[in-house]
Design a protein around this ligand. Structure first.
Ligand SMILES: [Zn+2]
Ligand SMILES: [Zn+2]
Length: 473
C-alpha cells in the first residue's frame, strides 16, 4: 500500500499521542519523585532543627569577674547540662553563702549541674566552694585537693572535698556533653590550670590565672608555640591591665632570687620573710637564695606540710640539708585542737626549737607572718633582724597592719620588699591572646576590663549575670 498524506498524518498523530502520554507519565513519575525529595528534605530539616534545638549553642554566663579581680565564677551550658568554672570569694567579701552566685545546683541538688571545676587553690577561685550543696561533683588538680585539705588543719581557708575528679595536664576529661582539657599554668599558686572547654564543636578557653615570668616560664613559652586551635572564645584574666607600673618589665623569679640574696647577704641577724606558705615558686626562690648565702631556711610546720603534700620531691622538703621546721604557738594550738599528732611527729627530727633561735639567728632565714611576733619576742632572736616582705604591696597598706608597723618601728626592724606579680604583664597577656587568636576575647579578673580594647583584638565586654552564646570558630 502506498501511503497517502492522510495516512501519514494519522500515523504521526498517533505517534504524537503516544509520545505525549509517555512524557506525561514520565513527568508525573518525576513530579512524584521531586515531591518525595522535597518532603524528605523538609523532614530532614525539621529533624536537623530539632537536633539543633536540643543541642543548642554552648552558652556562658560570667556570674562574677567581668568588672573585678576576685570572686570568679563562670557557668557554661550545653544540651541542657551545665558546669561551673571556679566559685571564688570576692576580694573584700566575708566568707558567707550570701555571696554564692545564683547557679541552679549550688544551693540545692540539680542533676543538670554536672560539676564545679576549680582552676587553682587561690581563695578568689575556690573560696565559696564550702557553701556548695554536699556531694557536688568537684574537679581540680590532685595537688590542689591535697593542699586545700592540709590547709584545714592550720587555717580557716582550707576545705576538704568529698567527691573529686582530678585534672591532669593536657588530658581531656569528659563530663556529659563537655570535654575539659587542662593546661598547667605558670602562676603563684601551685597546680594552677587554664581550661579548654569543648561542646558541640564549640571551643571556649578560660585562661585561669597565669603569668610568663615565674619558675614555669618555659611552660608558658611552650604554650605560646603550641596553643589550642580553633578557639571561638577566650575568657582571659587581666589583673595587671591598667595597674600602675605594669608597663615596665616584670621581674622574674630568678631576678628576685638576687634581690633576696642581696638583702640576706647584707644582714647580720635573723632574716624574716613574710610570704605565702602556698606560693611554692617563691619558696623555691627563697630556698635558692638561702643556699647561695649559706643560710638555713626555717619553715613553719604548715608550710613544710604544704610542700610535702604537693607530692613533688624536687621542691624543698623538711628533710633536706639546710631546711629546719619551726612550730609557732598558733600552729601548735591547731595541731592539738585537730589532734594531728602524727603530723607533728613527722617533723620531729628536723625541728628548730624556740631556745635555739637566738644562737642560730645569724645563719637563718625564717618564714614569718605577724601572728609569730610573740614567738619571736619570747625566743629573743631579733637582734639586728630584718624583714623581707614578699607579697602584693597593697596588703601592707591595710589598716589591720598598723600595729604591726608600729612593732617593727619599736623593734628597729627594717622592712624591705622583694616581690614580683603572680600575674602576666600586659605584654605577656598580649602574646597569649595573639597565640590563641580567638574569634572573641572576653575580659575577666580585672578592675580595668574597659581598657582591654587598648591591648587586644576582638574584645567583647560582658556583664556579670549576662548569658551569651559561643559561636562556631
Ligand atoms: Zn585570681
Ligand atoms: Zn590566682
Amino acid at each position: 500500500m502506498i501511503k497517502g498524506p492522510h495516512t501519514s498524518n494519522v500515523a504521526k498523530s498517533a505517534t504524537f499521542q503516544l509520545l505525549r502520554r509517555s512524557l506525561c507519565q514520565s513527568m508525573q513519575r518525576s513530579c512524584t519523585c521531586f515531591a518525595a525529595l522535597v518532603l524528605a528534605l523538609r523532614r530532614r530539616t525539621t529533624e536537623f532543627r530539632q537536633v539543633l534545638a536540643h543541642r543548642g549553642m554552648m552558652k556562658v554566663c560570667i556570674h562574677r569577674g567581668t568588672q573585678e579581680v576576685g570572686g570568679t565564677c563562670i557557668e557554661i551550658e550545653s544540651q541542657g547540662k551545665r558546669i561551673a568554672l571556679d566559685v571564688g570569694l570576692p576580694l573584700e567579701a566575708a566568707d558567707s553563702i550570701e555571696y554564692l552566685p545564683r547557679v541552679h545546683g549550688f544551693r540545692e541538688r540539680d542533676d543538670s549541674l554536672l560539676a564545679v571545676v576549680i582552676s587553682h587553690p587561690h581563695l578568689d577561685h575556690y573560696g565559696l566552694a564550702r557553701h556548695l550543696v554536699p556531694g557536688t561533683q568537684m574537679i581540680m588538680g590532685a595537688a590542689t585537693e591535697r593542699i586545700l585539705k592540709t590547709a584545714t588543719i592550720f587555717t580557716r581557708t582550707g576545705i576538704e572535698f568529698g567527691n573529686v575528679l582530678h585534672l591532669d595536664p593536657r588530658k581531656p576529661l569528659s563530663i556529659g556533653p563537655f570535654t575539659i582539657t587542662p593546661y598547667l599554668n605558670d602562676h603563684s599558686a601551685y597546680d594552677a590550670y587554664a581550661l579548654l572547654v569543648s561542646a558541640d564543636q564549640q571551643r571556649l578557653f578560660y585562661s585561669g590565672d597565669f603569668r610568663g615570668h615565674g619558675r614555669k616560664a618555659a611552660l608558658f613559652e611552650r604554650f605560646l608555640k603550641h596553643p589550642p586551635s580553633d578557639v571561638a572564645v577566650l575568657v582571659m584574666e587581666g589583673t595587671t591591665i591598667g595597674r600602675s607600673g605594669s608597663d615596665a618589665k616584670f621581674m622574674t623569679e630568678q631576678e628576685l632570687e638576687k634581690c633576696f640574696l642581696e638583702h640576706v647577704g647584707g644582714s647580720r641577724g635573723m632574716v624574716l620573710v613574710w610570704t605565702s606558705g602556698q606560693n611554692i615558686d617563691r619558696l623555691v626562690t627563697i630556698f635558692k637564695a638561702c643556699q647561695r648565702s649559706g643560710r638555713q631556711l626555717v619553715l613553719d610546720m604548715y608550710t613544710a606540710e604544704i610542700l610535702r603534700v604537693t607530692g613533688n620531691s624536687r621542691l624543698p622538703q623538711a628533710d633536706w640539708n639546710g631546711v629546719r621546721v619551726f612550730l609557732p604557738d598558733s600552729q601548735r594550738r591547731q595541731i592539738i585542737k585537730n589532734q594531728q599528732f602524727a603530723l607533728a611527729d613527722r617533723y620531729r627530727p628536723f625541728r628548730i626549737f624556740p631556745k635555739q633561735l637566738a644562737s642560730e639567728a645569724a645563719r637563718s632565714v625564717m618564714l614569718f607572718r605577724p601572728s609569730m611576733v610573740r614567738d619571736l619576742e619570747k625566743a629573743e632572736c631579733l637582734q639586728e633582724a630584718r624583714l623581707i616582705y614578699s607579697l602584693w604591696p597593697g596588703y601592707l597598706k591595710r589598716a589591720e597592719h598598723r600595729s604591726f608597723h608600729a612593732w617593727l618601728d619599736k623593734r628597729g626592724i627594717p622592712l624591705v620588699q622583694c616581690h614580683t606579680s603572680g600575674h602576666a604583664s600586659p605584654q605577656d597577656l598580649q602574646r597569649f591572646a595573639k597565640a590563641i587568636a580567638p574569634k572573641m576575647l572576653v575580659p575577666i579578673h580585672s578592675f580595668e576590663t574597659k581598657r582591654f580594647k587598648e591591648y587586644f583584638d576582638n574584645v567583647q565586654m560582658k556583664k556579670d549575670g549576662q548569658w551569651w552564646e559561643v559561636w562556631h570558630a
